[in-house]
Design a protein around this ligand. Sequence first.
Ligand code: MG
Length: 372
Amino acid sequence: MKKIAILGCTGSIGRQTLDIVRSNPTEYQITGLSCGTNAVELGAAAREFGCFRLGIADKNKYAELKELCPKAEIYCGDAALTAVSDYADVVVVAVVGMIGLKAVLYALSKGKTVALANKESLVAGGKLVTDALKNGGKLCPVDSEHSAVWQCLRGEKSFKRIILTASGGPFYFTDKSKLDGVTPEQAVAHPNWNMGKKISVDSATMMNKGLEIIEARWLFDTTEIDYVIHPESIVHSMVEFDDGSIKAQAGFPDMRLPIRYAIDYPEHSRRDYTPLALPLELRFLPPDENKFPAPALARHAIEKGGNTSIVLNAANEAAVRLFLEGKIKFPDIIKIVEKAVCTEPLSQVKNEYDVYQTHNRVYSKIYLDNRG
Ligand code: MG
């Protein structure tokens, strides 16, 4: 039985991971669960899966959780991201935000397999995370695009370039002049994937693809990364080889597939799934970086190196929050990120402290400067 800890078990990926365990109770055992603040949902999951090692980031929820699960060992604050994974073989890191880095570095330092669904840890701490792999741990991407690339690269010795696919979000076909009037409600309504608010806005601005380009740089150790717009989200990404051959990985857009692949790697385990309905019409369209400059900014961040990806990520996080709070317009999100990436001084990142220090400084500065 594979032992699994889920950090961020009340979010979209966390719930779908629990769903996989629920459908395959003889294959997996949940040995740790944590979340940010939702004690009620965490308590219910703990009881359902018989898990007694729990973490809740919000210390104020300790008493509530203890009452729901009197026998459980409960960790709060940072320990909710670390101690909770101690008895697991596979740690699913599905928390949102920079705190994911702490969880990933801890699990890798213990030589565990990390099923990674947190973007920020690689975007902001890519070098630290890849260095931490020296301890014998394994990094298995959960994001559908990176999972696709990973699957395409199996058995291959070298490749020419990665071609990520992007749905284009809800506004790929919208005229640029109309983007000014986009509301938070429109931005979070993604056509193909059901995701959290932050990532849905990132998908609408195409920053999601930008962040994925940076992640791919660290996961696959290359800067040869392009992307195409593929509105159907059936082909999850491709890899081109030196002879011109292109491998693509495809499937119905259902995150349970890449989650399970990350947990069961290298097996494609048997599962119930929705077969692709035929006929299928697939489009591959060129990106429009005049309308959506975020991926170009991400490439710039990779080239500039040092702390630039941290700055980009922090500025984006603050700007998305400002947009969701109705304080800035949709196109301002990327304008704010661009300004930060171009004006913040370049510095080197030596450790976890540097990452958090830069992130917090840029995030607060941008949030406070723009909240009105
Ligand atoms: Mg993705």
